[in-house]
Design a protein around this ligand. Structure first.
Ligand code: 5AD
Length: 347
């Protein structure tokens, strides 16, 4: 086991073969503990014991895509679709600002109703109203020109998970009209435009293997994202993957540690999916090397409708209204919840 972890612990980078070796230790409690210890140490060097919060605004659940894992896929007729108006979105920001948030994340399905012009205008309005806040977009694949305009209007960050870096596996998760090549092209474009860029993947998605995960780790090292979002796959009952088993919390924690070591300064959330599968998932994520939490700022009336997977939590401790109790929980876990913008260390 020691030998297999050596390249990661000593060089902080991995070849594909070395990544496979590390992944083969994912179920060994001693290896898990060793990597978590190293991950926490590295995070402390850059971010002390700070945990950053982001206010998540799920502003549309319309989606033109048909990803096999996702509850709001185009072909799910049972989804009650909603779009927040520009005013509603600005109200979410106002409420978030009051609560202390200094980063807003606008996340949605790929909804063509929010055209390039509408999004640009929205970004501009939010940044005018809250110049001291960071704005993150998470609205999927758009043209390079669209990304450029959003950036010019003031967007600071962009989240676009690659979902899997292995072609064959990508094809098992997505219909033919989507491609890994295009997803990667978008991510490189975002980096080039100066966004703090987030990639990431689900853990335990159907068809995932040690090989595909090794590919994910190699791709993250190549892209060098400023943020990485990983969480367990959770089945949704109205998708083609309804009967597939959920991903493992333990493997997710192990991968959080590996990613912290590979990308020492990365902004790494303990995700909602992790909190959904395990009551203490968020805290366990922090103990494995995560340093970001993303409480839900969406209007209460819409939260249940942003239903990516079954039992998605939205009104408990992860909700923005419960920031005080979240702060307490984070403190009990030995960390300090802070309200700064929380940029990538060095940006
Ligand atoms: N389980 C876990 N995560 C999911 N996502 C979408 N569907 C699921 C699911 N069933 C994740 C994807 C997407 C992000 C917004 O949510 O990785 O990029």
């Amino acid at each position: 086991m020691k030998d297999k972890l050596k390249p990661l612990l000593e060089k902080h980078c991995l070849t594909r073969e070395e990544a496979r070796e590390v992944l083969s230790c994912g179920k060994d409690p001693e290896a898990v503990a060793r990597l978590a210890e190293e991950a926490v140490k590295i995070r402390r060097q850059f971010y002390e014991n700070k945990v950053f919060v982001r206010g998540l605004i799920e502003f549309t659940n319309y989606c033109r895509n048909n990803c096999y894992y996702c509850g709001i896929r185009r072909d799910n007729p049972h989804v009650v679709r909603y779009r927040l108006t520009e005013e509603e979105i600005l109200e979410c920001c106002a409420r978030g600002y009051e609560l202390g948030f200094r980063t807003f994340v606008l996340q949605g399905g790929e909804d063509p109703w929010f055209t390039e012009d509408k999004m640009t205008c929205l970004v501009r309005r939010i940044k005018e109203a809250y110049p001291d806040c960071a704005l993150t977009l998470s609205i999927g694949e758009r043209s390079g020109e669209a990304y450029r305009r959003f950036r010019e209007a003031g967007a600071d960050r962009y989240l676009l998970r690659h979902e899997t870096a292995q072609e064959e596996h990508y094809g098992m998760l997505h219909p033919e009209e989507m491609s890994l090549a295009h997803r990667k092209q978008c991510l490189y474009e975002l980096k080039k435009l100066g966004y703090q860029t987030g990639a990431g993947f689900m853990v335990g998605s159907p068809g995932q293997t040690v090989e595909s995960l090794a590919e994910d780790l190699v791709f993250l090292q190549e892209l060098q994202p400023e943020m990485a979002g990983i969480g367990p796959f959770v089945p949704h009952h109205e998708t083609p993957f309804a009967k597939e088993p959920a991903g493992s919390v333990e493997l997710t924690l192990f991968l959080l540690s590996v990613i912290r070591i590979l990308l020492p300064r990365v902004l790494l959330p303990a995700t909602t999916a992790l909190g959904t599968l395990d009551l203490n998932g968020r805290e366990k994520g922090l103990a494995a090397g995560a340093n970001v939490l993303m409480p839900n700022l969406s209007p209460l009336k819409n939260r249940k409708q942003y239903d990516l997977y079954d039992n998605k939590i939205s009104t408990g401790e992860e909700a923005a209204e419960c920031l005080d109790s979240l702060k307490e929980r984070v403190a009990r876990a030995g960390y300090c919840l802070v309200y700064e913008r929380g940029d990538f260390c060095g940006m």
